[in-house]
Design a protein around this ligand. Structure first.
Ligand code: ARG
Ligand code: ZN
Length: 877
């Protein structure tokens, strides 16, 4: 970790228990430039030999230093040559290599040997089903060869790969292929050259026996780009949607952001063992199979959207990430927040804005809000870390996107485009900072972001309190904001908060137009004239700011908005508010039977108007009737009792299910008649179909079981089949076992569908879900070596509120055991399970004590990875 060393930390020698803290303020440019990098790979699954040749020159902007420090992690040098002469004058500092370099420019040649088959962390070069592939972001390149493995060192790469023709018929790397040929003993080789200088984290190599779907794209300036998606034999017929998504993304980025692709080829490779979703390596994106493979029989509508969104995301990185990269990892949101916004805007254009916005907000509130209010809270531009992998978070990604979206809301799409044009223009070819982005926005879009910069440095979800008074014909809004304290910072300043609002006339059900108000102080008032009667306030329309709102508003206003608001998000929000308020009060023990009945009646009124509104499409109807998730509900309470919330939530579901049984059954019958299609009407039909079963399962389990079994049997697509099986899995009927067996048999060998089979059982409402999870851990299809499989069982379980929060603490123990067992195999994935236990301060005391005890048990292990150590320490601290 030589990137940034804090002098104050120097004598507090880091032990394996205390990996060093890296700080943003300590940034220093690297003292050397590396204009040219040549790599030679002699490939083997068990032994790969890497020869790297680096030409280095002193960086005029860096400190003069007689040595160069090259990062390494778990590798050793077989030979080192400086300017052609072998040398033994080097030392190691931890994993890093220190070489004396007296002159102004040198050539360094280093040979290393690695064993990809032993790489279970899936960082660096590793083997997956006999193929070789790489993952280098953030700090994986140092597991391949010694290198200044930091994003501000840009170099042009020429790579030669040699390997067995049988084992590795396909040899891929970044850039364009410049030469290839046949060697001795059944080997062949290929040479690739990437003309664009890039940081090491964007390096990629793939060697394997793969089949390919080829396509092409002509860019706006008329250049022909060859597109290729590489997959394992047998998967080819599931790559059509990915190819179509890639072509749409390329077109959209030209039209919307003026960005054109810059190489002759764009390659995508699907890998089944992958820690994250996908990776934007220059010209050679490597993807988790989950975000490439899709057909109607094996992928749900949600999976199709996931493929489209992730393909777009990685493609968009070519400009926001690759052409302009990050100066250091504290700037991660510069590329991730911006690219998430770009992929969200793309998906909105592809699928419709209303539903997409609701889905994005749901993710933000169920994942990012809890992060922002818990022990792992950090600003979108963090100030320190021990292990950067722990900062690939919903805050950096999703809140990062919301922050840039607010800029867009404040200046409008045209000015926003001027700002991004200036940013791309000014920083092309550079490693930039968030501050560079902000400056380009101020200048290009004409925004003053002086105070707005606080969004980059203050963590915590702002709370906004709104009260409306009416006097004469004037409505006055009094708005107060507070930014809650987080572990890193107690006292916060008010931030600019753009709020889109509308004031509805109660009689006409209409408003006179939307207003954008920007809060910038702790307390402000806003006056609106022309209202003889108190209007109904619709606020934070389109979720214009990532905040939480408190307001004292009568149920009838929410019922009004749930039925009439012309902003789809605000309509959804009114329905959610109505339910959240009720469930929060009820689970806090604040309601007697008659108060509960009154609140349920208000919800029923809104629910009924949504079911019967012919003007609504079914996709939106499906969103509007979805109950808020337990995590989001728990988030509304200072100290939550998960069992009480769950009971009230299930109680409401059953009550609505019983009350609206005949309406729900009619909807199910109506939409079941529609033939399968990928158009939005058919997709909406499938969404509401399963929602109906969810309510009926609570209200009338017998009937729901029959209908779900019928839906399962009649299904000609995965959305219907999985939806039906999800409902059955939560019930105790005979159809449950039947269909689970059938599903596994039907899709045996299809890893992604078997993942669904695990996840459905681990996330089920079944009272014995814990026993099921324990049994599934012993199932022959379960393995700790495949991150998708681990997540399908244990992430699903950790997100299953009633099972995970079992009163005896068994759920917590299962996750702690998993973390301890997975940490030595794959620390990055193991550390991702810590946040579920880290929520202990916000859970009722009996459970909190057990959660904390499990974290302490993990902390006692003296061989924790940096990843898990950091997350556990922060969670206990
Ligand atoms: N840059 C990738 C993406 O968001 C994610 C890679 C994260 N890798 C990691 N090891 N944390 O598109
Ligand atoms: Zn990304």
């Amino acid at each position: 970790m030589d990137i940034i060393t804090n002098p104050e930390m120097a004598d507090a020698a880091p032990t394996p228990h205390q990996p060093p803290v890296i700080r943003r303020e300590d940034y220093k440019p690297f003292p050397w430039l590396l204009p040219v990098t040549r790599l030679n790979f002699e490939l083997g699954v068990e032994t790969t030999r890497v020869t790297s040749t680096l030409s280095v020159e002193r960086n005029p902007a860096g400190d003069a230093s007689p040595t160069i420090t090259l990062n390494g992690d778990g590798i050793s040098a077989l030979t080192i040559r400086i300017d052609g002469k072998q040398t033994s004058e080097w030392t190691m500092d931890g994993g890093n290599l220190l070489l004396p370099l007296p002159g102004a420019s040198h050539e360094i040649e280093i040979v290393t040997e690695i064993d990809p088959s032993a790489n279970s962390q899936l960082m660096g070069l590793y083997a997956s089903n006999g193929m070789l592939c790489t993952q280098c972001e953030a700090e994986g390149f140092r597991r391949i060869t010694f290198f200044p493995d930091r994003p501000d060192v840009l170099s042009t790469y020429t790579v030669r790969m040699t390997g067995s023709q049988d084992q590795f018929p396909v040899l891929l790397c970044n850039g364009n292929k410049s030469a290839e040929g046949v060697g001795e003993n059944g080997t062949h080789w290929a040479e690739w050259h990437d003309p664009w200088p890039k940081p090491s984290y964007l390096f990629a190599l793939v060697a394997g026996d793969l089949v390919v779907n080829r396509g092409s794209f002509t860019t706006m300036s008329g250049r022909e780009v060859e597109l290729a998606i590489y997959v394992r034999d047998g998967d080819l017929d599931r790559t059509g949607h990915a190819m179509a998504s890639l072509i749409k993304s390329m077109k959209w980025d030209e039209e919307t952001f003026g960005r054109e692709y810059d190489l002759d080829v764009f390659n995508i490779v699907a890998v089944s063992d992958f820690n994250m979703g996908a990776m934007e390596n220059k010209g050679l994106n490597v993807f988790n199979t989950k975000y490439v493979l899709a057909d109607p029989d094996t992928a749900t509508d949600g999976d199709f959207d996931g493929v489209e969104g992730v393909i777009a995301h990685e493609y968009f990185h070519n400009w926001s990430g690759n052409r302009i990269t990050c100066r250091d990892w504290f700037q991660l949101s510069l590329k991730e927040g911006f690219t998430v916004l770009r992929d969200q805007l793309f998906s909105q254009d592809m699928q419709g804005e209303a539903v997409k916005r609701i889905e994005d907000v749901r993710i933000l509130r169920s994942v990012q809000f809890p992060e922002d209010s818990g022990p792992l809270a950090h600003p979108i531009r963090p100030d320190s870390f021990r292990e950067i992998s722990n900062f690939y978070t919903s805050t950096v990604y999703n809140k990062g996107a919301e922050v840039i979206r607010m800029m867009r809301t404040m200046c409008g799409p045209e000015a926003f485009r001027k700002g991004t044009d200036l940013y791309f223009d000014r920083h092309d070819g550079e490693a930039a900072t968030c501050e560079d982005f902000i400056l380009a926005m101020e200048e290009g879009a004409g925004l003053d972001l002086t105070q707005f910069r606080l969004w980059y440095s203050q963590a915590g979800t702002p709370k906004v309190d709104i009260a409306m008074a009416h006097d004469g014909d004037t409505a006055t809004l009094t708005v107060k904001q507070t930014v809650p304290p987080t572990a890193d910072l107690a006292d916060k300043l008010p931030m600019p908060i753009p709020l889109k609002i509308a004031l509805f006339n109660r009689e006409t059900g209409k408003h006179e137009g939307e207003h954008l108000i920007v809060l910038n102080a702790a307390e402000q008032t806003f006056e609106f004239g022309g209202f003889a009667q108190p209007p109904v306030l619709s606020v934070n329309r389109g979720f214009s700011a990532p905040i939480s709102i408190e307001r004292d508003v009568p149920d009838e206003d929410l019922v009004f908005l749930a039925a009439k608001d012309d902003d789809s998000f605000a309509r959804y929000e009114a329905m959610q508010d109505l339910i959240v308020r009720h469930l929060t009060a009820a689970s806090g023990g604040a309601l007697d039977d008659s108060a509960r009945e009154a609140a349920r009646m208000a919800i029923a009124q809104a629910f009924g108007s949504i079911l019967s509104d012919d003007a609504l499409d079914d996709s939106m109807r499906g969103e509007l009737v979805m109950l808020p998730g337990l995590t989001y509900l728990a988030e509304q309470q200072l100290i939550a009792d998960p069992a009480a919330i769950h009971t009230e939530r299930e109680g409401l579901k059953a009550w609505l299910g019983a009350r609206f049984e005949s309406e729900l059954v009619l909807i199910h019958q109506r939409v079941s008649k529609l033939p399968f299609g990928l158009d939005s009407a058919s997709r909406g039909a499938r969404k509401i179909k399963t929602q109906v079963l969810v309510y009926l399962a609570a209200g009338n389990p017998e009937l729901a079981s029959k209908m779900a079994a019928a839906q399962y049997n009649a299904a000609d697509n995965m959305t219907d089949r999985q939806g039906a099986l999800m409902v059955l899995t939560g019930l105790g009927t005979a159809a449950r076992t039947d269909k689970l067996i059938d599903f596994h048999r039907r899709y045996k060998g299809n890893e992604l569908v078997v993942d669904k089979w695990f996840a459905l059982q681990a996330s089920s409402l079944h009272p014995h879900a814990i026993e099921h999870v324990k049994a599934l851990a012993e199932h022959p299809d379960f393995t700790m070596r495949n991150p998708n499989r681990v997540r399908s069982l244990y992430m699903a379980f950790a997100a299953n509120p009633q099972a995970f929060h079992a009163a005896d603490g068994e759920g917590y123990k299962i996750i702690a055991d998993l973390i301890l067992a997975l940490d030595p195999i794959n620390p990055q994935t193991a550390a991702r399970f810590v946040p579920s236990l880290g929520r202990w301060r916000r859970i009722e005391p009996a459970r909190a004590a057990m959660m904390r005890a499990e974290l302490e048990r993990i902390a006692k292990s003296d061989s924790l990875s940096r990843d898990t150590f950091e997350q556990v320490t922060r969670s206990l601290g």
